[in-house]
Ligand binder design. Structure first.
Ligand SMILES: Cc1cc2nc3c(=O)[nH]c(=O)nc-3n(C[C@H](O)[C@H](O)[C@H](O)COP(=O)(O)O)c2cc1C
Length: 401
């Protein structure tokens, strides 16, 4: 794939291999790829800002606290303006900062603020690469969906031999091209329905029953299905995150409204019910605020069951989506409850996650799920919710095509 018209933010960190970043820039520029360079203080010990500027024909960004740079392009904007963020070479130090979420200079702050994929090309002494700290940091970064190219095995500048050499510039260029290649669109022409977020069940005009769902997982699934070419309707409960791009979003509050919006979206090829729909609503929600009368007992809330959206879609007769995927949020006996839910609801797959106290999953940015299908139970590693979404969308594409 040609890189013409693409835009890479290239962070050059402090390592002996930093000179190879110049060759990488030459390769990218030759194809018409725009490169904005960022140089760490360490990197500046090995290559000059002038070389980077001459080769990229762009301003070189070095300082976080630079009035000039901030007025020209703020650091948040800089972190998002490119199609891809590439760190080459990636020093052990910068990888450690990325893993720990440290943002104490321009490069590390950009890496924390970016909403783009990040590709790192590590380069360091073999013992630094094999040190348990670096190994652990790389494990964290891989789980967060950071892409990695290299390092290569070979003789090193420090006269040692082993893994740690920066991948060659053509190899880094190919990794960039692979990440920027348009995704195949196996779901083109398919329609998908996704539910996301919590529901709010009113008690009175100012109070409601809710849960801790953030909508991050459902929204990411809607975006991932759209990325694979599907026409996606997202029915979202009240959430504090933005609507995903390229998706038709219907905002609802209650379970009853969510069901009505889902039924209106049929027919679809696949429905993914990721919303944490309240099981019950208040039987006699009032349209006036309940008052606290001195000495009076608190009001007793009588709950009635909400409609079961997953079961309703699974039993929608001729309008039933070909594939119905439910989510099970459990705090114990995950496998047992998930397999039982699959049978009870009549859906095809269950994505089960443990939302117990210490998991940090409900409302968090990562998820660790089991995919339960008729074929069995598949544990997935702990991943960012976007990565879980991409994996699930890929599986849905395979099932539908
Ligand atoms: C001569 C020399 C070569 C170095 N080579 C590397 C290297 O290849 N990889 C690495 O991770 N660190 C290397 N370092 C150490 C880093 O430069 C140092 O950790 C620095 O703080 C990295 O800064 P940065 O991560 O902000 O770029 C080297 C240091 C020196 C003095």
């Amino acid at each position: 794939m040609s890189l013409a018209g693409k835009h890479v933010l290239l962070i050059v960190a402090g390592g002996i291999a930093a000179f190879k970043a110049l060759e990488l820039i030459r390769l990218l520029r030759r194809e018409g790829c725009e490169v904005t360079p960022v140089l760490t203080a360490g990197g500046a010990q090995f290559v000059t800002a002038l070389s980077l500027q001459a080769l990229t024909e762009s301003r070189v960004y070095c300082d976080l606290f630079s009035l000039t740079d901030e007025s020209e392009m703020g650091h948040i904007q800089l972190s998002r303006a490119a199609d891809l963020v590439v760190v080459a070479p990636a020093s052990a130090d910068l990888l450690a900062k990325m893993a720990a979420g440290i943002a104490d200079d321009l490069a590390s702050t950009l890496l924390l603020a970016t909403d783009k994929r990040v590709l790192v090309a590590p380069a360091m002494n073999v013992r630094m690469w094999q040190h348990p700290a670096t190994v652990a940091n790389m494990g964290i970064l891989l789980a967060r969906d950071v892409a990695v190219v290299g390092p290569e095995v070979g003789p090193m500048a420090c006269n040692e031999f082993g893994p740690g050499r920066l991948a060659e510039p053509p190899q880094i260029r190919d990794a960039i091209a692979a990440l920027l290649a348009p995704l195949p669109a196996p779901l083109a022409g398919r329609r998908a329905l996704v539910t996301s977020g919590p529901t709010h069940e009113p008690i009175d005009p100012v109070r409601y029953i809710a849960n801790r769902s953030s909508g991050r997982q459902g929204h990411a699934i809607a975006a991932a299905l759209a990325d694979l070419g599907a026409t996606v309707t997202l029915v979202s409960g009240p959430v504090a995150i933005p609507d995903p791009a390229g998706v038709a979003v219907h905002h609802v509050e209650t379970a009853q409204q969510m069901l009505a919006a889902c039924e209106a979206a049929l027919p679809v090829d696949v429905a993914v019910c990721a919303a944490a729909v309240a099981d019950w609503r208040v039987a006699d929600a009032t349209n006036h605020k309940l008052k606290k009368a001195p000495g009076a007992a608190p009001p007793a809330l009588v709950l009635v069951p909400n409609p079961d959206i997953l079961a309703t879609l699974s039993a929608a007769g001729p309008r039933r989506p070909r594939l119905v995927v439910g989510f099970a949020a459990e705090t114990d006996a995950l496998q047992h409850h998930a397999a039982e839910k699959l049978r009870r609801k009549g859906c095809d797959w269950i994505v089960a996650n443990d939302v117990g106290g210490g998991s940090g999953i409900m409302g968090g940015t990562e998820n660790e799920v089991l995919l339960v299908t008729a074929a069995g139970i598949e544990p997935w590693p702990r991943l960012r919710k976007e990565a879980v979404a991409r994996r699930l969308a890929q599986r849905i594409a395979e099932a539908l095509t």
